[in-house]
Each structure stands twice: as structure tokens, then as C-alpha cells.
Write a new protein. Structure first.
Length: 181
């Protein structure tokens, strides 16, 4: 196997669905063939995730973008075929997107939907603010980074000394406490 690797821009033969395909990341050579061979996987992943996104086209576009990103991040020295890597990579990226979307929607319920139910009453806005006033600056910063700055939970978790799963659970507890006040 010939491999030229320069700052994650490699060219060489990779295995996609049991077929050897020559790709060149710098020029995009072979990408079309990878997408052709992966079309069944792309369709399967699109059908799996489209109920959670706006539309089927949005889901397909998101899956295809993740396939493209996966091709660019693929490391043939790790021993996995490109198709196996792409299936795992895209599934993980889509799960993260759905998880972030779900958690963000739950928080928006606390602020936006509730305000609409109560007619946008300024007193209710003040009540929401009072519910979070008792939080220490660390938690306010975490919530701000995730929901306002749109940072990834994994990045915030590593900065704050949590695992991504642990931070998600802790945020849920904090939001439940705020709802119960």
C-alpha cells in the first residue's frame, strides 16, 4: 500500500465496502467513488436520523457532510477499512448532534416555551432568573458556554473536570432543581 501522509492529507488505496479505491485528500480524487460505494450506508443512516431533524433532506445533507469530514479524518494506519471507519464516525457525529439538539431543546423549554405559555409575562422572566441566581459562577459559566456559545459538551466537560456523560447528568440535575423551585 502506497501512502503519502502530510498533515492528515494522504493519498493511497483504501478499502471501501470490500473494494480498493484510490483517494487523494488534497485533490478530492476518489471521493465520488467512496460516496457511490457508501450510498446504502448513507441512505440507512439518513433514515435512522431524519425523524429527529427538520426534514429528510437535512438529515441526508448532515450525513453526507459527516462522511466527507470522516474521509478527511481517516487514518489508514489504524487498520480499519474506510467504510467501517465512516459508519462509526458518522453514527457518533449524528448521535452527538441529536444529543446536543435534545438537551438544547429541553433548556429552551425552560425559557422560551414556558414564557409563551404565560404570555411572556415579565414577572415570569424574573422568576426564571431567581431560580438560577443561587447557582455558583462555575455552573453559570458551564450553561453559558454550552447553550449560548454553542460549545461541545465534551470540550466543556474536559475543561471543568467532568466526563461528557457526567456533565450531561449534572446539567439535568441543575435544571430539574431550577424547575422545582
Amino acid at each position: 500500500m502506497q501512502l503519502v501522509n502530510s498533515k492528515n492529507q494522504f493519498s493511497g488505496y483504501v478499502v471501501v465496502c470490500n473494494e480498493n479505491v484510490y483517494i487523494n485528500v488534497a485533490t478530492g480524487l476518489g471521493f465520488n467513488r467512496v460516496f457511490e460505494l457508501m450510498k446504502n450506508s448513507i441512505k440507512r443512516l439518513t433514515y435512522k436520523y431524519y425523524p429527529m431533524l427538520e426534514s429528510f433532506e437535512d438529515a441526508k445533507q448532515e450525513v453526507c457532510l459527516n462522511v466527507f469530514e470522516g474521509i478527511l479524518r481517516y487514518d489508514p494506519n489504524k487498520g480499519a477499512s474506510l467504510s467501517t471507519f465512516l459508519n462509526i464516525f458518522v453514527t457518533n457525529k449524528m448521535n452527538n448532534k441529536i444529543r446536543d439538539f435534545s438537551l438544547r431543546n429541553k433548556t429552551q423549554f425552560l425559557t422560551t416555551v414556558c414564557l409563551e405559555e404565560f404570555g411572556g409575562d415579565p414577572l415570569y422572566k424574573m422568576e426564571l432568573k431567581k431560580r438560577t441566581e443561587c447557582w455558583d459562577p462555575k455552573w453559570k459559566n458551564i450553561i453559558f458556554r454550552i447553550f449560548v456559545l454553542d460549545e461541545k459538551i465534551s470540550n466543556v466537560a474536559s475543561d471543568e473536570g467532568f466526563t461528557p456523560w457526567g456533565l450531561t447528568r449534572a446539567i439535568r440535575r441543575k435544571l430539574n432543581e431550577a424547575r422545582k423551585m
